[in-house]
Design a protein around this ligand. Structure first.
Ligand code: F6R
Length: 629
């Protein structure tokens, strides 16, 4: 590692490079791999690469394929070893890592099949130990891994080395952590279908690589990345062992870097440009540190916590506190669409025009109502024209058991009807659906008709949920964007067709307000892809009359709430409204309770405002203003 580390990186115990986005990082890493292959091949040796699967390496593999196809980069003299494989899955199972690697990389480059190594998910139990030993030996025979690519799980795992894996552990069969299985639930259409076991290289195996690069994207990974980079080396987070390796690096994007000290508490590592946002961040942090409301902070509090600089620029504490308190106060509004005929100088949303046309973009049918059902409720109640736009069908999320329930009910209804002959065709249709579900088995691909049924189930649930917050069925639009219909989780790719669909809707609606999410999410996730589609569609509408006066509000889903300094609008929910929102969430019967955790976040947001010294509400839905660049 030749790059000099700056003072800002003082807390980081492993070199960490932050890129503007995953594509930039992928480009740099792919260029490095190209150099490595060339150098090794010049020396008459193969390059040995350690490969990872999951969403993270996808942009990197796309760049390798591009280098191969457009710039003639060859993989003829490359040997690969994959980190892991689900135990119990055949190599041709759609979710096996063998299949993933074929689809995402190997089928598109010139690597000889014999050079590819992936643990086998189907070795009989009594042969697992021998298989793992052979895998270790094969790595050594190849001369060891030159460069190991890694992702990181939310448990901090590398490979599938879940918490508790020792530094010396070798390739073996392991039990997957609950969180890991939950994270894979959408791939397998339900947590219950996710394998319980996997074969993985051990931490010891991984650390034998000469160089390692761990990649992480999106704010969902920010917490675990910070622990792995700045925390103690511990078996509880196997990625932390990278700190002990002489040539390990983290390549992360802005979202995944958010919890690193240099971004989260920049005043601890150097001079800060005290923008209003940074100032608010420091004051809110100080208040949380002292467990004291903003207005009770004193000069000494700031001085003793590395904030004397801020104080000398913007103090004394009393003045600073009042300024920030007022700013926080002004974010709170029960009028998310603007309060008509009121002075809106300090309100987050302008009063006019009234009523407004509001578009709530929901990446999957559940996201919008779950995240901001209370705000939808308020907007509607205050006379605005609210339209919820479900961008994708969400059909891949619905478990077979749900589809089976609907198809079986339909079948029974037809078969037991007094005039059953009249329902013969429908009954046959239902019988066919039940048969298809059975025939495709636990892990099979859904035939189109089954996907359609699953999409309709979620449609019905969204309509019900929207009704619970007062929206009629005509206020819910389903776009079923093609990228989702053609893809699988972690491997989606949007196209011009998706953008055109959203642009057409925007032009038809000419909204005054847009609510959207996904700006800081993992780039391969549905919210992130949808965000980019909307962003591109908005760019296409640039210059049209309506767009200049359209305000855009970002919201967050179940994963990560905004911090107080990031909030531009906080919409309080009364206990009654919260109850209505909870009722709306019960309509999503086909989803696991894990999808429905936002009420906790809404309550936590209100508690946070309360502890900063502002009014105490039951719950809050929070938003950040998004200015298109
Ligand atoms: C994959 C692997 C795992 C993943 C990790 C992150 O081969 O070994 O450690 O890298 O679970 O997964 P994604 O990239 O899907 O977030």
């Amino acid at each position: 590692m030749s790059r000099r580390r700056s003072a800002a990186e003082a807390f980081e115990k492993v070199p960490t490079q932050v890129f503007a986005n995953s594509a930039e990082a992928a480009k740099e890493l792919a260029a490095e791999v190209r150099k490595l292959i060339e150098t090794k091949n010049k020396a008459g040796k193969p390059a040995v690469l350690g490969m990872a699967t999951g969403s993270t390496p996808v942009p990197f593999y796309r760049e390798l394929i591009r280098l191969h196809k457009e710039e003639g980069m060859s993989f003829k003299n490359v040997i690969t070893f994959n980190l892991d494989e689900y135990y119990g899955l055949n190599a041709d199972h759609p979710e096996s890592y063998a299949r993933f690697m074929a689809d995402q990389l190997f089928d598109h480059i010139d690597i000889p099949k014999k050079n590819i190594h992936i643990p086998k998910g189907t070795v009989p139990s009594d042969q697992v130990f021998a298989h793992c030993r052979e895998y270790e030996e094969a790595i050594d025979t190849a001369g060891g891994v030159d460069l190991q690519i890694l992702g990181i799980g939310r448990t901090g795992h590398i490979g599938f080395n879940e918490p508790g894996s020792s530094k010396e552990s070798l390739t073996r069969r392991i039990t997957l952590d609950r969180i890991t299985r939950q994270d894979a639930a959408s791939d397998f259409r339900g947590e219950e279908n996710v394998p319980h076991f996997a074969i993985t290289m051990g931490v010891g195996t991984i650390l034998r690589a000469k160089k390692l690069v761990l990649m992480a994207w999106g704010e969902n990974k920010a917490g675990i990345v910070a622990k792995a980079v700045e925390g103690p080396v511990t078996e509880a987070i196997s990625a932390s062992f990278l700190q002990d390796h002489p040539d390990a690096r983290f390549f992360i994007d802005a979202g995944a870097s958010r919890e690193l000290t240099r971004f989260k508490l920049p005043w601890l590592v150097g001079p800060v440009n005290w923008t209003p946002r940074e100032t608010q961040r420091a004051v809110c942090w100080q208040s949380a540190q002292m467990s004291r409301p903003v207005l009770k902070l004193v000069d000494e509090d700031y001085n003793e916590h590395g904030l004397s600089d801020l104080l000398s620029e913007q103090g004394p504490a009393y003045q600073l506190n009042i300024r920030i308190f007022n700013r926080l106060q002004h974010t709170i509004t029960g009028w998310p669409g603007g309060k008509p005929d009121a002075d809106d100088t300090y309100r987050p949303e302008r009063a006019r025009p009234f009523p407004k046309r509001c578009l709530v973009f929901s990446p999957e049918p559940q996201d919008g109502v779950i995240a901001i059902g209370g705000t939808i409720d308020r907007l509607r109640e205050q006379g605005h024209d609210v339209q919820v736009v479900s961008l994708t069908s969400g059909s891949l999320r619905v478990a077979d058991s749900e589809a089976d329930k609907f198809a079986s009910t339909l079948l029974e209804l037809g078969a037991t009807a007094a005039d059953s002959a009249q329902w013969k065709e429908q009954t046959e249709y239902a019988r066919e659906l039940v048969r298809l579900i059975e025939e495709k088995g636990e892990f099979g691909e859904d035939p189109p008709v089954l996907r359609r049924l699953k999409a309709l189930i979620l449609r019905g649930e969204l309509r019900d949920a929207a009704a619970a917050v007062g929206l009629g069925t005509d206020k819910v639009v389903f776009l079923d964007l093609p990228f989702y219909e053609k893809g699988r989780y972690r491997r989606f790719r949007s196209s011009e067709e998706d953008v055109a669909t959203v642009a057409a809707l925007l032009r038809e609606w000419k909204p005054h307000q847009i609510y959207l999410t996904g700006d800081a999410a993992d780039p391969s996730s549905v919210p992130s892809i949808c965000f980019k589609v909307i962003e591109t569609a908005l760019k296409q509408c640039e210059g049209e009359e309506w767009i200049g006066s359209c305000t855009n509000w970002l919201y967050r889903g179940k994963e990560k709430a905004f911090e107080p300094h990031e909030i531009d609008m906080a919409v309080p929910l009364s206990p009654n409204q919260m109850e209505r929102k909870l009722r709306a969430l019960t309509r999503y019967q086909s989803l696991s309770s894990l999808e429905l955790q936002t009420p906790d976040l809404n309550r936590a947001a209100a508690a946070q405002y309360d502890s900063l010294g502002l009014a105490e509400y039951e719950a809050m839905e929070c938003f950040q203003r998004w200015r298109r660049v």
